[in-house]
Write a protein that binds this ligand. Structure first.
Ligand SMILES: Nc1ncnc2c1ncn2[C@@H]1O[C@H](COP(=O)(O)OP(=O)(O)OP(=O)(O)O)[C@@H](O)[C@H]1O
Ligand SMILES: [Mg+2]
Length: 316
């Protein structure tokens, strides 16, 4: 799928008015589009290359957001009805999570009036804002680090922690690691992989089916809490590798220890700017101290594109 198809997949959900405004976008905009934000009565905001821009009511592309087309209630309501018409059964359930995944694995974050009951989100109604996050697969982005993942003399994969500040490419890297390990890379053997995809970001599942290529020997537990999913996967899917994004809670740490004790490799990601920051988190510090992870991959952006491998750390 090329980037134009990809963007069209998302644009078809926008209101007719906004679709029309976006016709002047050039490949340099949509090829790298990361986000489209719509807030009621506020300017339409698009983001590419980590920079925001907007579109005027005449469809001209400008950087000054104040000159942008103001999103109307009608725009938001039309988009909501297109999304809910296409996922009639899942819609009510999905919005409780605060976002909806659409075909292609793209995500629509929702803002509005949140209805709660007994500390649980029951619904969101009277929508006021939408954030489209475009899922983009970067095939082979894990190739430069794949050799490090395998243990030197054995045919096993190292327990690995991918570390970075927000938006540096953790989820994208995990997705490609799943794909490569599941196929077997060069002379390295293939693995059965299970992705515990709590927020549907790695595989971008729509109605339970991955929309992004996560590999031929990969199963996905979609929308499943990480700790529960890891234990469930060991019992039911006999994985060699379990992949989970954004670990950090105490129960995640316990589940990771159980996986490792069961001989299953864990590859997980975590938010942290550097190793010092990482070690400030007691639960993670404990995992590092007991040598649970053998390999750390620190990603950064350094004012450039995401996915930069800043440091490879060996804890073994
Ligand atoms: N290697 C890469 N090459 C080009 N673009 C990339 C690469 N890795 C990630 N990106 C792009 O950068 C953006 C952020 O990537 P991603 O969502 O994977 O980061 P993240 O660290 O998981 O972010 P978050 O902290 O929000 O979870 C996405 O638009 C993604 O398509
Ligand atoms: Mg992420």
């Amino acid at each position: 799928m090329n980037n134009l198809d990809l963007t069209e997949q998302v644009f078809s959900y926008l209101s007719p008015r906004i679709q029309k405004l976006l016709t002047k976008l050039q490949p340099e905009h949509y090829d790298f589009l990361e986000e489209i934000r719509l807030r009621c009565h506020q300017p339409l905001v698009l983001k590419a290359h980590d920079k925001e821009f907007t579109v005027t009511s005449q469809g001209d592309i400008v950087n000054n957001l104040h000159q942008g087309y103001r999103v109307t209630e009608e725009d938001i309501n039309r988009i909501i009805s297109t999304i809910s018409d296409n996922s009639f059964y899942a819609f009510e359930e999905d919005i409780k999570r605060g976002f909806i995944t659409i075909p292609g694995g793209h995500r629509v974050g929702l803002a509005g009036n949140v209805v709660t009951q007994a500390d649980e989100v029951k619904a969101i109604k009277e929508f006021s804002g939408l954030c489209f996050r475009i899922a983009r697969q970067v095939k082979d982005c894990a190739v430069p680090i794949i050799n490090h993942l395998y243990k030197a003399q054995e045919r096993k994969v190292n327990n690995t922690l991918v570390i970075s500040p927000p938006r540096c490419g953790k989820t994208t890297l995990l997705r490609d690691i799943a794909r490569l390990l599941s196929a077997g890379y060069k002379s390295y053997p293939a693995s059965n992989v299970v992705i515990i995809d709590e927020r549907s970001e790695i595989a971008g599942s729509y109605r339970g089916i991955p929309q992004l290529d996560v590999g031929i020997r990969t199963d996905v537990l979609d929308s499943c809490p990480k700790a529960i999913g890891m234990i469930m996967a060991i019992r039911s899917l006999s994985p060699q590798v379990i992949i989970a994004d954004e670990i950090g809670r105490k129960e995640d740490v316990e589940a990771i220890q159980e996986c490792i004790n069961a001989g299953v490799t864990v590859i997980a990601s975590i938010h942290a700017g550097n190793i010092k920051e990482l070690l400030k988190r007691p639960a993670i510090k404990e995992l590092i101290e007991i040598n649970a992870f053998k390999l750390g991959i620190l990603l950064a952006r350094d004012n450039g594109p995401p996915g930069l491998v800043k440091q490879i750390i060996r804890w073994d």
